[in-house]
Every structure is written in C-alpha cells, then in structure tokens.
Design a protein around this ligand. Structure first.
Ligand code: HEC
Length: 168
C-alpha cells in the first residue's frame, strides 16, 4: 500500500497539545505562557488532519450528495457538491503527493453537478455522480487501496436529516 504522509509536523503538534494540557492544569502563569506558545504555534503551523480523516469527510459528503440527488433536493445538491469539492481541494493542498489528475477527475463531475443543481436542473446529475464515484475508485486503485470501494448509497444512515426539498 502506498502511504501519503503529512510530515512530522502533526506529531510535534499532537505532543504539544497533550503536554501543554497537563502543564496548563499544573500551574498558573507558566500555564498562561504555555497556552500562548501553543496558540502561536497552532496559528503558524495550523492544525494537521490525516488524509484518511479528510477522506472520512469526503465519504460523508459523497453520501449526502447522492442522497440529496435521489431526493431531487437541488439546493442541497449544490451545497454538498461545493463542500465535497472544497474537501477534495484540501486533500490536494495538504497532501501534494496525491496524484492531481485523479483529484481533477473527481472534482470535474462534482463541479458540473453543482452548476446543474444551481440552475435547478437535475437531468445529468445521476450520470455525473456515477462518474465522480468511478473517479474515487480510480484513485484508490492507483493508490493501491482498491479495497476501499465507494458505491452510491442505497439508503440513508443519517437518521437525523430529512433529504427531501424544504417545505415538502
Ligand atoms: C486523488 C486520490 C483520491 C481520490 C480522488 C479519492 N480518494 Fe479516497 N483515499 C485516497 C487515499 C490515498 C486514501 C488512503 C489514505 C490513507 O491511507 O491514509 C483514501 C482513503 C479513503 C477512504 C478510507 C478512509 C478511512 O478512514 O477508512 C474513504 C472512505 C475514501 N477514501 C473515500 C473517497 C471518496 C468517497 C472519494 C470520491 C468522492 C475519494 N475517496 C476520492 C485517495 C483518493
């Protein structure tokens, strides 16, 4: 399996967060000083999220997008398509060694879905969603993780969200 590393920055930050927490509990002004150092370093280095965790968000958004399309809830389709592409873009920015062609292959149909939905048209959305899903799997195959196989959801796991259009 190919691995895509964010670098050691993540470990440094995690150690700082854990160590900083214990220190905060232990003493007053030194704690404040430590908190300042922590805030500064977080501000400079930013929070680092693993590629797998980003993919978890991508998976959820792909699912919400698909469920919204099935419910013909076009405003929600546009909203989720936008967020899904934002998260894909974050993956490409934070993990510059994931192949950009594969990111573009997924982002292109998703961008078209957003445009279609914003125009209140859904005719091509189902086909575009299938193209996007195939692009998820093409990259997983290239990354030697073909066992992470994405499909369109048959039912909703989101018991707390109604995917039908507002007012219906
Ligand atoms: C450009 C490449 C690429 C694209 C496009 C891509 N993925 Fe991934 N995905 C990966 C890689 C690489 C991993 C493995 C990350 C790791 O090992 O830390 C992964 C892992 C995953 C995982 C497993 C996460 C876990 O914690 O078990 C899921 C789920 C996933 N991707 C969903 C998707 C979905 C849904 C799409 C399409 C909307 C997609 N991916 C598109 C590269 C990609």
């Amino acid at each position: 399996m190919k691995t895509f590393q964010a670098g050691t920055r993540a470990f440094a930050l995690a150690a700082l967060a854990l160590g900083g927490g214990a220190w905060l509990a232990a003493s007053g002004s030194r704690a404040q000083e430590s908190a300042n150092v922590f805030a500064q370093s977080v501000g400079e280095q930013r929070y680092s999220i693993s590629l797998a965790d980003l993919m978890g968000f991508i998976q959820q958004r792909h699912m919400r997008l698909s469920l919204a399309a099935d419910a013909k809830n076009w405003p929600l389709v546009a909203f989720e398509a936008h967020l899904l592409n934002q998260t894909l873009a974050s993956a490409a920015v934070y993990y510059s060694n994931i192949p950009i062609d594969y990111v573009v292959a997924a982002a292109t149909p998703i961008g078209k879905i957003e445009a279609e939905a914003l125009a209140g048209e859904g005719a091509k959305v189902q086909d575009l969603l299938d193209q996007a899903t195939a692009a998820c799997n093409a990259c997983h195959t290239a990354a030697e993780i073909a066992f992470v196989k994405i499909v369109r959801p048959a039912s909703s796991p989101f018991a707390n969200q109604d995917f039908s259009p507002a007012g219906k």
